[in-house]
Every structure is written in structure tokens, then in C-alpha cells.
Design a protein around this ligand. Structure first.
Ligand code: FE2
Length: 279
């Protein structure tokens, strides 16, 4: 009594990074409201990251958790709170995921190297966003996933291309609330990710397009849906709940670190594009 227990976390999926982060997600099952809580007291004292625990992970979970880890590294890298310490981990995780997720998905336990690398990538991405936080994709995915019972990784997949596009601007409507930069630089940072992946491109605009194409191809390779409509959410239900979703997403704890500060109307447009699969 009176002493904090030692917390040891052992991940059994390759995605959340929770074993090294101060984040926890709570869901109110009555209201379908999902909310992130963050406190460094929630950071485990020890993480045991052993790829043997994910040998039997089914394909759907491999795809969804793998894309979740990718979105962690992408959002961490462009976050307003990113630093030199978090950037290196985010870039490494992104590279590992692009190299090994499809192999891990296709071969499962028959490709222990790919399983191992994906398991490490998820933790490395976790180390990055534990210190730089995430962004608008997670804000929107939390609320979308809770309302329509969409697995967290899939909800992120359904939004990340639209978020990359939204963030890749030189002229945001509003400046981000943690302005450590002299000017918006998310587009340049996505370009750096594309460079690190060897995607080519002569300028930042081309590099962002090539990154979007690479994310799209990865989603195809692991059989993820490309739109909220394709996932199976009915249009009339989606439209009826849209304004509530927008407000909840704006209010999410992850919104503050997004490199572009969103207006409610902009969040609504992103949701509509994601519903129809427009990037
Ligand atoms: Fe996540």
C-alpha cells in the first residue's frame, strides 16, 4: 500500500507500442466514445518485446496492427513535438514496416525474420510517439473506430492518406498550437520519409505523391479496405453521426500535436473524403 506497483508489459501484437508509451485508450461501450489518456505514470517500468509471442497472430490482426504502427511512425515524424530523438526512431520504424509488413502478412510464422522485424518496428515507433505524440489521424480514428466498431489499425488506414494530403501544405488555415517551427514543414518532412524509403521524386510535392502511392500499395498488399464505405458503414448512418464525430475528433488529445491545426469544417471534409475513398 502506498507504493506504485511495478508494471511489466508484454506485447502480443505488433502495433500499439503501448509497452513503451504513456498512453492508454479507454472506451465507453454505452456511448461508443473512445478517448486517449496520457500520463507518464502510465509508462511501463519494463517491456518484454519477444517476437515469439506473435507467431500465431492472424492475418487480419497482422495487417491492422502493422498499419497502426506505420501511422504511429508517420504521425510521430511530422508531429509539432517531434525532436531529433524521436525522428530517428520514426524513420527506422517506417523503413522496417515498408520492408517487412507484407512478408509478415503473407508468410506468418513461416517468416520469423519478418515477424521479428515488425515486432521491433512497432516498439520503435512506440518509443518515438511516446515522446512526440501523434496527430489528427489518431484523433479521427479513435472516434470513427469507437462509433462503428472498426478495429483501431483499420480506422487509421482508412484516414492516413487523407491526413498526409491535408498536412502537406505551405499555407495552413491556422497555425499549429505548439509552433516550434518558423514555418509549416510537414510536406518537407513527408519528403524526408520518402527519401529514407528510396521512393524518388524531384521535389517535396512529388515525394508526397510517391509516399501516398507507397501507402496505398501497402494497404492493397495486406487487403485493407480503401474507404469507410467499403468497410461497410451505411451512408445514411455515417451522415447522421458526422457532426458528432467531427466534434469528438477535434476534442481528442492527439489533435494538438498535428502539424496543421484543423478547423471543424476541415475535419468534416477529411471524413467525407475518407468515406468515399477520395485522396
Ligand atoms: Fe494507434
Amino acid at each position: 500500500m502506498g507504493e506504485k506497483a511495478t508494471m511489466v508489459c508484454i506485447p502480443t501484437t505488433s502495433g500499439t507500442g503501448s509497452e513503451v508509451t504513456p498512453f492508454s485508450i479507454i472506451t465507453d461501450e454505452k456511448t461508443h466514445y473512445k478517448y486517449a489518456i496520457a500520463d507518464y505514470a502510465l509508462t511501463p517500468n519494463m517491456a518484454i518485446v519477444d517476437p515469439n509471442f506473435v507467431d500465431g497472430m492472424p492475418k487480419g490482426l497482422t495487417a491492422a496492427s502493422g498499419i497502426d504502427a506505420l501511422v504511429h511512425s508517420l504521425e510521430a515524424y511530422v508531429s509539432c513535438l517531434a525532436t531529433n530523438f524521436t525522428n530517428s526512431n520514426a524513420l527506422e520504424a517506417t523503413k522496417l514496416i515498408f520492408k517487412y509488413l507484407v512478408r509478415s502478412y503473407n508468410e506468418g510464422a513461416n517468416d520469423p525474420i519478418a515477424r521479428e522485424k515488425m515486432h521491433y518496428a512497432a516498439t520503435i515507433a512506440g518509443m518515438s510517439f511516446a515522446n512526440s505524440f501523434l496527430g489528427l489521424c489518431h484523433s479521427m480514428a479513435h472516434k470513427l473506430g469507437a462509433m462503428y466498431s472498426i478495429p483501431h489499425g483499420v480506422a487509421n488506414a482508412l484516414l492516413i492518406r487523407q491526413i498526409i494530403k491535408f498536412n502537406s501544405t505551405d499555407k495552413p488555415t491556422k497555425q499549429a498550437i505548439f509552433p516550434q517551427y518558423k514555418y509549416p514543414c510537414a510536406k518537407t518532412k513527408y519528403g524526408q520519409i520518402a527519401d529514407n524509403l528510396g521512393l524518388g521524386g524531384k521535389n517535396d510535392d512529388e515525394k508526397v505523391e510517391l509516399l501516398l502511392k507507397a501507402v496505398d500499395e501497402l494497404m492493397t498488399a495486406v487487403n485493407l479496405p480503401k474507404s469507410i464505405k467499403e468497410f461497410g458503414v451505411k451512408e445514411d448512418e455515417f451522415m447522421a453521426n458526422l457532426d458528432i464525430l467531427v466534434e469528438r475528433a477535434f476534442d481528442d488529445q492527439c489533435t494538438g500535436a498535428n502539424p496543421r491545426y484543423p478547423l471543424m469544417s476541415e475535419i468534416k471534409e477529411i471524413f467525407l473524403n475518407a468515406y468515399n475513398g477520395i485522396v
